[in-house]
Design a protein around this ligand. Structure first.
Ligand SMILES: Cc1ncc(C[n+]2csc(CCOP(=O)(O)OP(=O)(O)O)c2C)c(N)n1
Ligand SMILES: [Mg+2]
Length: 332
């Protein structure tokens, strides 16, 4: 499963600055996740923590196909998506540490990164619970006459839940501009896809609702970008929803509490051979788009951004007690 990484950088038509930025963003997300895992182990982060290692090409490739005013809504494995959509890593790290300077003032934590000003509509913890919300966002865009697309990201596990089917049905019926992107990482917690889903190719589920769909190699940032760009264009044109099944793999456990007893190490090692960051780096090098100096600079910059984010988060204040009664009710 997964397909080979064959997309040529040169063929993508993207300029060098753009493709180097993809590498930069993927590395930044990887380093953010590694640091978050370390801080969690040191007791600095409370609650759940679901890391995105191995899936970086999905967030970076897909979000790069959006325009700035497009919307993104996603599940609880949301750090990579939030960073790709533009939330500063300092505010993300502060959120993990529950600080007042976090992107939701320390109230949401890992699963609820959110910033409306950037079109980032969360971070939702109930599996598939945000899919109907995505349809609502799409409906609002249509009603307001905005040429705006909503990218809705979720896992393979979400496709077995009623919300998924209700959302896809209404999305098609109401012709909303939503791109449904399923990150098929082969597991929902410790359960393999084939043990939870009667149909193991997620892409076929879109067929039930007459939504055009495609299967994409999620370890290839350019393939994800290309497929998402096509889906986004379809939605923006007014042709309604589109479905992408992106084949990917999480290198770490479901959450930090996962002893990972349900899959063989050999399977993990096999997927790590296709690490989206390493393979993209090698591709850039092979095509003469990345010199050792440029790589060193990207490594240094991303290290510095993460170190700065940790410093910022640790030095930030806790939310004041007076905040307890803030943001409880929406203004009418
Ligand atoms: C409605 C609901 N049921 C169960 C859970 C517990 N739960 C949290 S994550 C998860 C697995 C979801 O897997 P998937 O959608 O494949 O996403 P992944 O974690 O693989 O990215 C489950 C069952 C939940 N949060 N919501
Ligand atoms: Mg999954």
């Amino acid at each position: 499963m997964g397909g080979k990484t064959v997309t040529k950088v040169a063929k993508s038509g993207l300029d060098k600055k753009t493709v180097l930025n993809f590498l930069h963003q993927m590395l930044l997300i990887r380093k953010f996740e590694d640091k978050a895992g370390e801080l969690y182990a040191r007791g600095k982060i409370a609650g759940f923590l679901h890391l995105y290692n191995g899936e970086e090409a999905v967030a970076v490739g897909a979000v790069s196909a959006l325009q700035e005013h497009d919307l993104l809504i996603t599940h609880y494995r949301d750090h990579g998506h939030a960073i790709a959509k533009g939330i500063d890593v300092k505010r993300c790290m502060a959120e993990l540490l529950g600080k007042a300077t976090g992107c939701v003032k320390g109230r949401g934590g890992s699963m609820h990164f959110f910033d409306m000003s950037l079109g980032m509509y969360g971070g939702w913890a109930i599996v598939a619970g945000h899919l109907p919300l995505a349809v609502g966002l799409g409906l609002a865009s249509n009603a307001l006459g905005k040429k705006q697309v909503t990218l809705c990201i979720f896992g393979d596990g979400a496709t077995n839940i009623g919300y998924f089917h209700e959302a896809l049905n209404l999305a098609k019926l109401w012709n909303v501009p939503v791109v449904f992107l399923c990150e098929n990482n082969l597991y929902g917690m410790g359960t393999a896809v084939h043990r939870a889903s009667a149909v193991t190719e997620m892409v076929r589920k879109a067929d039930a609702y007459n939504i055009p769909a495609e299967r994409v190699d999620g370890m290839d940032v350019l393939a994800v970008r290309e497929a998402t760009a096509k889906a986004v264009e379809h939605a923006r044109r007014g042709d309604g929803p589109y479905f992408l099944e992106v084949l990917t793999y999480r290198f770490r456990g479901h959450s930090m509490a996962d002893p990972i007893l349900y899959r063989d190490k050999s399977e993990v090692d096999e997927w790590k051979q296709r690490d989206p960051i390493v393979s993209f780096r090698q591709k850039l090098e092979a095509e003469g788009l990345l010199s050792p100096q440029e790589l060193e600079q990207i490594e240094r910059e991303t290290d510095e951004l993460i170190a700065e984010a940790v410093r910022f988060a640790e030095e930030s204040p806790d939310p004041p007690l007076t905040d307890l009664y803030e943001d409880i009710y929406a203004d009418s």
